[in-house]
Ligand binder design. Sequence first.
Ligand SMILES: C[S@@+](CC[C@H](N)C(=O)[O-])C[C@H]1O[C@@H](n2cnc3c(N)ncnc32)[C@H](O)[C@@H]1O
Length: 222
Amino acid sequence: MDLDDAEEQATALLGRGTPWGPFQIACGTGLVLYLAWAGSLALGLRKMSPVQVPFVPSSAVQVRNMMSLLEGRFGKLVDLGSGDGRVVLEAYKQGFRPAIGYELNPWLLQLSNCRAWWAGCYGKVSYLREDLLKADLSNCNNVTVFLAPSMVPLLEKKLLSELPDEACVVAARFPFLGWTPTRVAGDNLERVWAYNIRDVRRAGQSTSGKNPVKEGVTSSAF
Ligand SMILES: C[S@@+](CC[C@H](N)C(=O)[O-])C[C@H]1O[C@@H](n2cnc3c(N)ncnc32)[C@H](O)[C@@H]1O
């Protein structure tokens, strides 16, 4: 056996003995950690929420659309079901004070605080572990929601009974079917609707019904 053959055999043997290089180990570990994280997000929520709403983050365009409908407004803003905290963070940057998110999932709350820290806003925005259906909204004049259609009827009642007249509610992707929006922005999945609570009360639109915005609204799941 010459030297070249011996080298080839040694390489082949080593290759067979250690199939996992550092790259594969890193990828494998990353995948396992991701699956554990995603699983715990789902479990965390399943244990606590009576209505199942998955975590689907707003896209950058959707957040921009929401903020565009709130332009010129100020004061307190609450994001109901704040996910990883991105809407609250953007609202704070746009000048809303205080900017608060309600979220049940503890992992998402951790993530929100990390994002706030990364953005230099840690301690300036608040993420509260509380059921959004139990949050006190009586002194809140700006509300954002991106939730599932199954949550909308429950929310309509709560918002109408608690919010002050001057409040504005911005709903993303799933409109409040019984309410007439004052403004609409964006298209398709990134469409958002703004509702003036005084107008909704005046019109007596307290329950879900016919959709007043005719174009392109689907209330199917995410
Ligand atoms: C579609 S995500 C929207 C996240 C974020 N608002 C955004 O726009 O990126 C809905 C969020 O609502 C949360 N959620 C569902 N039910 C809730 C409840 N009863 N109280 C608080 N948060 C809830 C979910 O955990 C999820 O993170």
